[in-house]
Design a binder for this molecule. Structure first.
Ligand code: OXD
Ligand code: MN
Length: 598
């Protein structure tokens, strides 16, 4: 039996808890080889060659895209699978009404059966990794045991992987245990399970990023949110960015948008010409871990080390920093391939050249009925490639957050930007976020669903308890960030977007920062503060006064409907729904009635 103990001479760790667990999993899965990953360049080159030889990766044109490779996944395995994602807490109540639940014993029985001998003839890679800057008190160590070399190479980009993780862990048993088996990549045998009380993740039957790169959604959000509640911090589906004014003043904001709603674009935004001298720096594009600091502010780290971005729609025009981030050392998944060995997707700057093949390797032209790149095709790029990367991404203490932004994709009702009146109202805004569904998860596309804090698929425990935790955080943060809601997607009656979006969102961001610093005006409405034309810089922007007013309008009748539909959502949470949020909803309704003279 080739377990780790049979290779003890070469083992890079003496950590008993780790060695025993690796042995235990190897005994079950019975791999031919156990390979401990050190994270070195040499090792990366070796794994890459193995992956190319095995047909897992296709080498791209190394002159055009040095260090870049394409992976084509099984067509049945292209997105997260919420219907197969389980929170396995001792009681269903702990998982709550928004999560799928399985009893831990039942789940383990199923998984043990599925994984028995599942790695026969294969390699089990031991992937030690750190989520968060090395040496940060906020960071967490995870160990993923996987039989997918694609996962290893992705984890190497997305986390601080290898020796530094083992060094940070030392002989502690406090690490996240992650088991990942591809099995036969069959939706019938696909389970993404989380055991928060045991700090354990067990994922089988999928090689897709969100299901298989266990540091990301599984640890940094689902298990992370559970640990955060227990330990008094927040694990959030948020980007983090820094804005530097021409005078050199730096302000940081964290923003939650549902999957595939432009978080990466916002995090890498280039200010328009009107904002010459202003700079935006990316700290993170997907996940934020926020902790109260000793100075009474809320501090954020990005637990990740790379970007697992949605490819379609990314272009030099929409996000030149993302395009520069993928010029080298990037893995692409399910994008189209051009005849000269480069990548292509819908929404890129240039049309696909003749001879392009689609994400499944089939000849493709612009007249093809199917997309060239899968709508949820991805790039995995090292964050070090990002030309606007913040200098502070590796700071152990993180960056201080002045504003939190909740955004959704709503065609009506929600104005371009709305400032809450206080923390509880801000938490209410986050809790009632709504959005149209996207291609990042399987299921219907284009249906509006409530996605509180953009955490619906990622909260690892009861959603009502999660809201309560958010409310309770106020007592731990003396100088709380101001909370805002944004909506870039509001439409006019003719169906056209009212706001140009992209870099122009800088104008909204500046208003948010100015409001957080209490240095600009706004109009009070019964549902929060909105900017008036004079409060926000619109110079040089091709937008009519009517369109701006329509984009920022608060239509009280629409809001009454909104508040009614919110009740349904709150009721669905049940007994754990905090009274403060239920009363906040009623208060908003009463205030609307009052100002309408009812
Ligand atoms: C992601 C997602 O991949 O939210 O970031 O689905
Ligand atoms: Mn995400």
């Amino acid at each position: 039996m080739p377990t780790s103990s049979t290779q003890s001479a070469k083992l890079p760790s003496k950590n008993k808890a780790l060695l025993n667990w690796v042995d235990e999993v190897a005994l079950l899965t019975k791999p031919d080889r156990v390979v401990w990953c050190d994270g070195s360049e040499k090792e990366k080159d070796r794994f890459t060659k193995e992956a190319v030889d095995a047909g897992v990766l296709i080498q791209l044109n190394q002159k055009k895209r040095p260090g870049c490779y394409l992976h084509r996944s099984n067509p049945n395995d292209v997105a997260r699978v919420e219907h197969l994602t389980f929170i396995c807490t001792p009681t269903q109540q702990e998982a709550g009404p928004t999560n799928k639940w399985m009893a831990p014993d039942e789940a383990k029985q199923k998984l043990v059966q599925l994984c028995d001998g599942a790695m026969r003839g294969r390699t089990m890679y031991v992937v030690p990794y750190v989520m968060g800057p090395l040496g940060s008190p906020s960071s967490k160590v995870g160990i993923e045991l996987t039989d997918s070399v694609y996962v290893v190479l992705n984890m190497r980009i997305m986390t601080r992987m290898g020796k530094p993780a083992l060094d940070m862990l030392g002989d502690s048993g406090a690490f996240n245990r992650g088991i990942h088996c591809l099995l036969d990549v069959n939706p019938e045998r696909r389970y993404i399970t989380h055991f928060p009380q045991e700090n354990l993740i067990w994922s089988v039957g999928s090689g897709y990023g969100g299901n298989a790169l266990l540091g990301k959604k599984c640890l940094a959000l689902r298990i992370g949110s559970y640990l955060a509640k227990r330990e008094g911090w927040l694990a959030e589906h948020m980007l983090i960015l820094g804005v530097e004014s021409p005078e050199g003043q730096k302000t940081y904001v964290a923003a939650a948008f549902p999957s595939a709603c432009g978080k990466t674009n916002f995090a890498m935004m280039l200010p328009p010409h009107r904002f010459d001298g202003w700079k935006v720096f990316t700290v993170g594009d997907d996940i934020a871990w926020l902790r109260p600091g000793p100075d009474g502010r809320l501090w954020a780290i990005n637990p990740e080390n790379g970007y697992f971005g949605v490819a379609p729609g990314t272009s030099y025009k929409s996000n030149s920093s993302a395009m520069k981030s993928i010029e080298k050392n990037t893995l692409f998944t399910n994008v189209a391939l051009t005849p000269d060995g480069d990548i292509w997707w819908e929404g890129m700057d240039n049309p696909a050249p003749a001879g392009t093949v689609d994400w499944q390797g089939r000849p493709w032209t612009k007249d093809s009925t199917e997309k060239g790149a899968h709508p949820n095709s991805r790039f995995t790029a090292p964050m070090a490639n990002n030309p606007v990367l913040s200098k502070h991404v590796d700071d152990p203490e993180g960056v201080p957050i002045s504003a939190i932004i909740f955004g959704g994709r709503r065609a009506t009702t929600v104005p371009l930007v709305l400032q809450s009146v206080n923390w509880v109202h801000g938490v209410y805004m986050g809790a009632t976020m709504g959005s149209e569904t996207t291609a990042a998860a399987t299921g219907a596309v284009g249906v509006v669903r409530r996605d509180p804090m953009a955490m619906l698929p990622f909260c690892g425990y009861n959603m009502g308890d999660y809201f309560q935790h958010w409310l309770a955080m106020r007592a731990k943060v003396k100088y709380p960030p101001r909370i805002f809601m944004v909506n870039w997607f509001r439409k006019a009656k003719d169906g056209k977007f009212l706001w140009p979006g992209y870099g122009e969102n800088m104008r909204v961001l500046k208003w948010i920062i100015d409001r957080a610093m209490v240095r600009t005006g706004g109009e009070e409405t019964p549902v929060g503060w909105v900017p008036r034309e004079g409060d926000i810089d619109l110079s040089g922007l091709d937008i009519s006064s009517e369109a701006f007013k329509a984009a920022t309008a608060v239509d009280l009748n629409e809001w009454k409907q909104e508040l009614t539909s919110t009740k349904e959502f709150f009721d669905s949470i049940g007994a754990t729904m905090p009274a403060a949020l239920k009363l906040q909803r009623e208060l908003l309704l009463s205030v609307i009635d009052a100002v309408q003279g009812k």
